[in-house]
Each structure stands twice: as C-alpha cells, then as structure tokens.
Design a protein around this ligand. Structure first.
Ligand SMILES: [Zn+2]
Ligand SMILES: [Zn+2]
Length: 286
C-alpha cells in the first residue's frame, strides 16, 4: 500500500510538472510574419524562428521551447505542407533548441561545434536533440533558390553563436546576438563576452544594408538603423563601466550611482539595470 502511495505521488508529481509546463505555454500563439516570397519570421515564446519555405522544402533557424513544437509544426503546415528538412541552432540555449528532439524526426540539425558540446554535457537532453552536422567557422546552405551563409562569430552571447545571412542581403537572423531595444543577456558562463558581443554586432552591421530585414533573437523584426541604435547602447554601456572601473568604484557603489539616464530605458524584466551592471562589471573588471 505504501508503495502504491509512493507511485501515485510520483505520478502526481510528474503530471503536475508537465501541467505547469503546458500552462506556461498554453496561451502562446505562433505568429508567422512574411519577410520575402520564401522567408518568414515566427514569434511565439523564446527565440524568434527564421523559416525558409519553397520548392526544396522547409528549413528552420531555431525551434523555441519543447512544449511549443506541435504549435510550430502546425504554423509551418499552414505555409507549406511537409516537415522541416534542416534545422539550424544559432546557439545552445533551451529557448532556441527545445524543439530539436521533435523536429529531428524529419530533419537534420546543424550548429557550431560548441553547441553540440554544451547540449551533450546536459544529461537531460536526449541524443535525438543533438546536432548531427557541426562546423567550426560556418556552413553554406543552398536551398530554395538562395544561399544561406551560416557564420560562426567569436565569443559573444555564448561561445557557439552563429548568424545566418541570406546571400542577397534580404534577411539576417542574428540569434541572441541581438535583443531589440533591450539589454541583451550575455551568458558569461557559456563562454560569452561583453566586448565580443559588441564586436559581433559591428561585424553584422558591416555586412547588411538598409533594406535587410533583421531577425533578432528576441523582440520584433528590425532594421539596420535599429541595430545601429543597439550598437551605440553597447558602446555607451562599455565606456561607462570602464570609467567606473578606472575610478576604482566597487560593484555596490556603481549600483548605487546607477546607470546613466540614456541607458535606463533598455532595462526589462529579465535583464534589469542591476543585472546589466553585474554582467558589465563581471566581464570588464578582468
Ligand atoms: Zn534566447
Ligand atoms: Zn540565448
């Protein structure tokens, strides 16, 4: 009897965990936005998804959280029949790779070597969710009448970031190297770097033009002008923290003094002003 009670308790626990996960994503809607005749951006919860759909089939860039996979698949079906043939992961975070296991039934997952390394080291991640093709510096995909150049940049958001450039400059998917109008999350423990992050944004700015549609990791579709604004915020943040450090202020003192007025509006629920100060301080004091 005691054993049955334990089993019941365990099942109850499992059910409540999955119920919570479902609750969290229950009301999420996957919204497709058409960018060109064969390119879409999907928003839902987690990182924005890039989609190429055409005569060769479907390719997706990132796949949000695992519980959203069915909704993502349904949204894809509304554009074009068939399941994704290729999945690119811009980096290893769960809000960009959660759907991997689901989509690996039909497609081949590609990512930079370090994405595989980091996903593999997480015992909770099923083998099916791991990238099958990995690269060091990048890979070019010739699909749906265009070429998508997937380029690995030096440590920025993590140590395995890729940006995807459409060869005709129509679209770029930046992964989490861009949070539109918000302080970015920089995963220092995952190999990220504040200066590297800013330099990667500069590298993207050099390659795109005023017509390029910029898919950020988080936030609404953007333009080169929006990305320039973001780059200026990064410069201002770095310069400001470097001044604080030269003046010998402690982290506590820096927080008391607070961010300059011009930077305050970039704070949000996840990366508040204090959290942004922590990241800048931790990485730049070295
Ligand atoms: Zn993200
Ligand atoms: Zn991320």
């Amino acid at each position: 009897m005691k054993r049955i009670a334990t089993i019941a308790a365990t099942i109850g626990f499992v059910l409540s965990v999955s119920a919570n996960a479902d609750d969290r994503f229950k009301d999420v809607k996957i919204i497709p936005q058409k960018l060109t005749s064969k390119t879409y951006m999907f928003t839902g919860a987690g990182g924005n998804i890039g989609v190429s759909a055409g005569e060769d089939g479907i390719l997706i860039i990132d796949d949000q959280f695992a519980p959203l996979a069915d909704k993502i698949e349904k949204a894809l079906t509304e554009i074009q029949v068939g399941e994704p043939k290729y999945i690119i992961n811009t980096h290893y975070h769960g809000d960009h790779t959660g759907g991997n296991e689901h989509f690996s039934h039909s497609g081949t997952i590609m990512a930079q070597h370090n994405v595989l390394k980091r996903l593999k080291s997480n015992p909770k991640i099923d083998k099916k969710a791991l990238p099958v093709i990995t690269y060091e510096d990048g890979i070019s995909i010739h699909f749906n009448g265009t070429t998508m150049n997937v380029v690995h940049l030096k440590p920025g958001h993590t140590d395995g970031d890729s940006v995807v450039y459409w060869a005709d400059d129509s679209v770029v998917h930046m992964g989490d190297l861009y949070f539109k109008d918000q302080f970015p999350y920089i995963d220092l423990k995952g190999g990220g770097s504040v200066i590297g992050y800013r330099d990667n944004v500069v590298a993207v700015l050099k390659r795109i033009n005023n017509e390029t549609k910029v898919i950020p990791g988080h936030g609404e579709l953007a333009t080169k002008a929006d990305l320039v604004k973001f780059k200026v915020m990064m410069d201002d943040s770095i310069n400001w923290m470097q001044q604080q450090l030269v003046q010998g202020h402690s982290l506590k003192k820096i927080k008391e003094r607070g961010l300059p007025e011009s930077l305050k509006s970039w704070g949000w629920s996840f990366i508040t002003a204090d959290k942004w100060i922590d990241t800048l301080y931790e990485d730049l004091k070295k």
